[in-house]
Design a protein around this ligand. Structure first.
Ligand SMILES: [Zn+2]
Ligand SMILES: [Zn+2]
Length: 463
């Protein structure tokens, strides 16, 4: 049988970027550029315990032009958003007494978002692992996984995965039990994973993994647990590992990868390892095919994501309520006697209506949410600044009291900096920033949580 394996029918489903702190070496742009150059149809990102690289990864995979507007030479690829999570017995056990195995009590598992539901579930699991499950690592447990498995594809990861670790210790039945539990959770979206970097331990369990797959009817995929881009970057990876374990390169007892094989291999290189069972290569394509990339990207970037705002009964919609508040404020400021102010307010309200009617962007709710937060901050004694940036140019915000200070019309501040239109089509919007003093820095977020019943606010992390 002649095998036609090439980069267009193999997908790396287990890949670490530099977001795998002190373990992954590859900057996302370089990773994706190489994958695009090599002609893979899709690529996954599965960093240890974090989804921090996802947005950058989507942008790199789907971009068609570079930052100067020049067309990119290689075709976009489908981004597969994933995580290599830490699974423990019980995520509420956070002491040596309850988890005596320490970090060894955590096993690895690859989770990939199949659709928007899966995207949200992995986000939830990631947040829960840091906020509720953190103990030496961000952890989740089987119960949590079970509740949030819809739309998620899972695969059994490396030697640190629960199935592989059991196989390595010659506990086939225990490995089988774990595989049955995971298959029960993820159904036909559960995969077993084989990898080989030259390690004897990996070689030992490959036949058991294939046997388990046959016995339980679970498809097996091949991965390369990519940690660096090129083979010659292996030494840099060793340096990184020394940094993470606080060791010197000269230290003979330091942790080592030993094998320079954890790089982004071509399908042909993967074939040379798994030619005795090429199906494990083709199965990666079946993962990529079931990932609904467009649905995820459209849900993520399409429209506007804002919290709900309940308007008083006597108003038809947020726009009516915002208009009422704005005209009330205009009167209070005495600006109803100035044609310039009246015109500016009319124009801003008109733009907001057009953005909603023509493009579905609900700025009325956005303005009301900002107004509500500022009001609440004032009520509970949080100091806020007068407003800043593009939002300060808005007469609406000034009229409803979300900003204060100098008159934006008198000083020629420009509303269009906030909301830009071209031929009646809304093209760009800024966001509103407001200041609070440093000592009170936790209060505004708490106030926002209170106003939104703790459902909607998000924190932003940075690396
Ligand atoms: Zn792993
Ligand atoms: Zn890994």
């Amino acid at each position: 049988m002649s095998i036609q394996i090439n980069n267009s029918n193999f997908v790396h489903c287990h890949v670490h970027s530099e977001y795998s702190n002190f373990d992954g070496l590859i900057p996302i742009k370089k990773l994706v550029n190489k994958a695009r150059f090599m002609g893979f149809p899709a690529l996954a990102i599965t960093d240890h315990g974090t989804i921090g690289g996802w947005i950058k990864f989507i942008q790199a995979c789907t971009a068609t032009v570079d930052k100067d507007g020049k067309e990119l030479p290689y075709l976009p690829i489908k981004p597969i958003l994933g995580i290599e999570c830490y699974l423990c017995k019980n995520m509420s056990y956070k002491s040596k007494a309850l988890q005596p195995e320490g970090r060894k009590g955590n096993s690895h598992l690859i989770l990939l978002a199949k659709n928007w539901d899966g995207y949200k579930n992995i986000c939830f699991l990631s947040q829960a692992s840091w906020v509720d499950g953190f103990y030496s690592h961000p952890r989740i447990d089987f119960e949590m996984l079970n509740k949030h498995s819809s739309g998620v594809i899972a695969s059994s990861a490396c030697l640190g995965g629960i199935i592989n670790a059991n196989l390595l210790r010659d506990r086939y039945e225990q490995a089988k039990k774990a595989a049955i539990i995971l298959k029960d959770i993820f159904k036909e979206d559960f995969f077993l994973e084989v990898m080989f970097h030259g390690m004897e331990e990996q070689k030992l369990i490959i036949s058991d993994i294939l046997k388990l797959g046959k016995e339980l009817n679970i498809p097996v995929i091949a991965s390369n647990d990519v940690h660096f881009l090129e083979k010659e970057h292996a030494e840099s990876q060793e340096v990184l590992m020394c940094m993470s374990t606080n060791k010197c390169m000269k230290d003979s007892k330091r942790m080592r990868h030993s094998y320079p094989e954890y790089y982004l291999k071509s399908a042909k290189e993967m074939y040379s390892i798994f030619k005795f069972c090429p199906q494990v290569l083709y199965n990666t394509l079946s993962i990529a095919e079931r990932v609904q990339g467009k649905e995820i990207i459209n849900s993520l970037f399409g429209g506007m994501k804002i919290p709900r705002f309940v308007v008083p009964k006597e108003y038809k919609n947020p726009y009516d309520y915002l208009s009422f508040l704005a005209y009330e404020g205009l009167k209070k400021l005495g600006w109803d006697k100035s044609q310039k102010h009246v015109d500016a307010l009319k124009m801003e309200l008109g733009d907001i209506k057009v953005a909603y009617d023509n493009n579905g962007y609900d700025f009325s709710t956005y303005f009301l949410v900002v107004w509500d937060i500022i009001n609440h901050a004032k009520k509970v004694g949080i100091l806020t600044g007068p407003g800043r940036g593009s939002g300060y140019g808005s007469v609406i915000l000034r009229c409803i009291g979300a900003t204060y200070g100098p008159d934006p019309i008198k000083y020629g501040l420009i509303w269009e900096r906030f909301l830009g239109f071209e031929k009646k089509r809304f093209i760009a919007a800024k966001d509103f920033g407001f200041d609070s003093i440093d000592k009170q820095k936790d209060l505004p977020l708490k106030a926002i949580e209170e106003r939104s019943r703790n459902e909607d606010p998000g924190g932003v992390d940075r690396y």
